[in-house]
Design a protein. Structure first.
Ligand SMILES: Nc1ncnc2c1ncn2[C@@H]1O[C@H](COP(=O)(O)OP(=O)(O)OP(=O)(O)O)[C@@H](O)[C@H]1O
Length: 317
């Protein structure tokens, strides 16, 4: 992974999926159209807000205050105040080591903050373990670990549900041990696998999936608990153009269904194209936030991350 902002349509075909040249050209066109089509609607609750770091949102689903995490002498996260607006796609950008993944881990209970409080949907969740945060409706995706690649696609889905609920992982793989309320688990998993076009792979080992299909499975796994907010860590990384288009469509569909999406992404065409709001971190702090238009001309963001690529006349000082 590189900390340089990237152009998604020039992303590598890193997943090994076999795609003919013609299909790639067509997929590029589709991806360009998908990005161009997404415009922040005038009625967006965020339209008209200024891009001050920590600015209050009209209806935040997540509110964080004073969140800090140090590793040795390094302050990896030092976020004074951050609100995420409900029902929007917010992207988190910033250079390598800015603290984006650490912030994800803190908010979702996968790491412990040294300081800070945060609430989700009006309920304090700071300090709760990950499965309890997930039960409240906030989940994050993870890259499939080596162990998970040795399980079938369907078992991965079942594990995601019970794991995020804090139950015994492996009981879920032994049908007689399922609790009655888990009887519908497989049905729910299959509905999601259909949606992500992975149903035909249900009995394949996850390790047999292409890179793009793995990303789809990671997203599908997160949805097993019926979250109201999903946090995606680089959902497009290393994915070929054909599947990038499909992933973009899925991210937008989640938002259109009312879910809140927060994602870390280095592909600036994706970020600027599909985000309702962009938050930029550097050295652990939120240095700017705003609409894609505000962010691409924000001097602090250009200096810390974007460089000259989006440096347009009229950049804010
Ligand atoms: N477990 C850890 N132990 C020590 N240092 C860590 C640990 N996790 C993260 N860091 C450090 O904290 C800082 C923030 O890292 P983090 O991975 O959150 O950044 P990031 O913005 O997600 O970067 P990238 O874009 O490269 O993923 C980095 O300097 C990193 O080396």
């Amino acid at each position: 992974m590189t900390g340089e902002p990237k152009d998604v349509l020039n992303a590598g075909d890193g997943d090994g999926a076999e795609v003919a040249d013609g299909e790639i050209v067509e997929a590029r066109q589709l991806a360009e159209e998908a990005v161009e089509e997404t415009v922040l609607p005038d009625e967006s609750p965020l339209a008209g807000l200024t891009g001050t770091p920590g600015i209050a949102k009209p209806d935040p689903i997540l509110v964080a205050d004073g969140v800090g995490r140090s590793f040795g002498g390094l302050k990896a996260v030092d976020v004074a105040h951050l609100e995420i607006q409900r029902g929007t796609i917010t992207s988190l950008i910033g250079p390598n080591g800015a603290g984006k993944t650490t912030l994800f881990n803190l908010l979702t209970g996968f790491d412990r903050a040294d300081t800070g409080t945060w609430s989700f949907d009006g309920v304090p969740v700071s300090g709760l373990p990950a499965h309890k945060v997930a039960r409240r409706g906030m989940v994050r995706t993870f890259q499939l670990t080596k162990a998970l690649t040795r399980l079938t696609v369907l078992d991965n889905m079942k594990l995601a549900a019970v794991g995020q609920r804090g139950e015994n992982f492996f009981n879920a793989l032994v049908p007689p041990l399922w609790r009655p309320q888990e009887a519908g688990l497989e049905k729910h998993a299959m509905v999601l696998l259909e949606r992500f076009k992975l149903a035909h792979m249900r009995d394949s080992f996850a390790g047999e999936l292409s890179g793009g299909q793995r990303k789809l499975l990671e997203m599908a796994r997160a949805l097993m608990v019926g979250p109201s907010m999903v946090m995606l860590d680089e959902p497009m990384a290393g994915v070929n153009p054909a599947l990038t288009q499909s992933l973009l469509g899925h991210v937008k569909a989640l938002r259109d269904e009312g879910m809140t999406v927060l994602f870390v992404e280095h592909d600036m065409d994706v970020v600027m194209g599909i985000s309702d709001w962009v938050v930029c971190m550097a050295q652990g702090q939120v240095i700017a936030e705003g609409t894609p238009d505000q962010i691409r001309s924000n001097r602090a963001v250009i200096d810390a991350y974007l460089g000259t690529r989006y440096d347009e006349p009229g950049a804010e000082e």
